[in-house]
Design a binder for this molecule. Structure first.
Ligand code: FES
Ligand SMILES: [Fe+2]
Length: 400
């Protein structure tokens, strides 16, 4: 599709309706998704505890791009493009590692942990190494959470830091640790994955395990008494965030935006687990279970659920037009010891089982959306946030 056709398609989009098939199948629209959204938004890369020592690194990858997130000798963390400045070979080929010098596997140029070129054999006397360091992209750290941005001049990260600090402070994420990280391959365009995450209309039919404890699956059944009860306990337990704090500056800002919302779990459930009971030590300065949980979002494709004893972070990225990745990180208190303070299987059970179900329903959605007979249908009242995402999305990719 050319730009004119894309504009016409966007202009014909009905409010509160699913998207036209072409948004999921057209290569030019996908290209705009990458350039207008993924190369401009703040994206969650990982947590600082994954690279505790100098030289530790892991990769962030999307749509063929690869970034090395590495800790330097001076403890600073860099986001280096994984493309050699000689003839362009990919340098780091594993998912993670530890190297004081990153050596290109092709002709052995060696780069320091800050990206500077240190060694380049047989390049002649006049070769200026200082001009040939690995390219860097922007990186910011929010309470230990590493965010990166490919844009040359990204939107400021400080409004996110300011707005999220009260919400995140009690969890002490700077000193948290990654208990587990898992990647789920989803055979579906990335938007189908995000659409699915942004609504709980499907929770009751598709997620019996989640719906047992989480009131978001049936928001109208929540009583005012339950809301009040959890709100009072929440303050007593040292949680600073209230209910209904979800806010987005405006649809335009979704790409660098943020929001959070605390809501009660059903009585008898204090966290996201098989039996509703705690699965890890309380996080940070939280002094007890209040019976609530916090949803938060930073940027367009990073979502999280913060329970009193663990946090689960979701990130959706495109692999190609027809495939996406769902990357999940489970964070626990920094001093919690696996096997002693928490059982890994119990900790990850709920969100593993839920994501396996999500993969199945998203992939079925992708199959139907590709049918010659697919026609976009109306969204329900429980999909209001999916429409927030979709209406932001079509504006974000609109040609000038
Ligand atoms: S491509 Fe990396 S050293 Fe030649
Ligand atoms: Fe789901």
């Amino acid at each position: 599709m050319d730009k004119q056709a894309i504009s016409a398609l966007i202009n014909s989009q009905k409010e509160q309706f699913a998207l036209d098939q072409k948004f999921y199948t057209d290569a030019n629209i996908y290209e705009r998704d990458i350039t207008e959204i993924f190369l401009k938004s703040w994206l969650y890369a990982g947590h600082i505890s994954e690279i505790p020592n100098s030289g530790d690194w892991f990769l962030f990858e999307l749509d063929g791009e690869s970034v090395i997130i590495i800790r330097s000798k001076d403890d600073s963390i860099h986001a280096l493009l994984n493309v050699c400045r000689h003839r362009g070979s990919k340098i780091c080929l594993q998912q993670k590692g530890c190297d004081q010098i990153l050596v290109c596997p092709y002709h052995a140029w060696g780069y320091g942990t800050d990206g500077n070129l240190l060694a380049a054999p047989h390049m002649g006397e006049n070769f200026d190494k200082s001009a040939m360091g690995l390219k860097k992209i922007h990186l910011e750290i929010l309470d230990g959470l590493i965010y990166i941005n490919f844009a040359e001049q990204p939107s400021s990260f400080s409004p996110i830091q300011t707005a999220m600090s009260d919400c995140l402070e009690p969890y002490d994420l700077t000193n948290a640790k990654v208990a587990h990280r898992k990647s789920y391959l989803i055979n579906g365009n990335w938007k189908l994955s995000v659409e699915n995450y942004t609504e709980c209309y499907h929770c009751a039919p598709s997620h019996p395990e989640y719906s047992r404890g989480h009131s978001l699956a049936k928001p109208n059944a929540r009583s005012t008494d339950l809301m009040k009860e959890v709100l009072i306990k929440s303050t007593q337990c040292g949680l600073k965030n209230n209910f209904l704090d979800r806010y987005f500056q405006n649809a335009e800002g979704f790409g660098a935006d943020y929001g959070y919302e605390r809501y009660p779990m059903w009585r008898g459930h204090v966290t996201g687990s098989e039996d509703g009971q705690g699965v890890a030590p309380l996080m940070g300065s939280i002094s007890g279970y209040d019976g609530g949980t916090t949803d938060f979002q930073i940027g367009p494709v990073c979502f999280a659920l913060a329970y009193c004893d663990y946090i689960v972070i979701y990130r959706f990225t495109p692999i190609s037009l027809t495939q996406s990745e769902c990357d999940i990180t489970w964070l626990v208190n920094g001093d919690a010891v696996e096997g002693k303070d928490y059982d890994l299987k119990r900790l990850i059970w709920l969100w593993d089982v839920t994501t396996i179900a999500d993969k199945r329903i998203i992939e079925s959605n992708a199959l139907g959306v590709n049918s010659r007979f697919y026609e976009p249908g109306p969204l329900s009242t429980m999909e209001y946030f999916t429409w927030t995402f979709l209406s932001w999305y079509i504006e974000a990719i609109k040609p000038d």
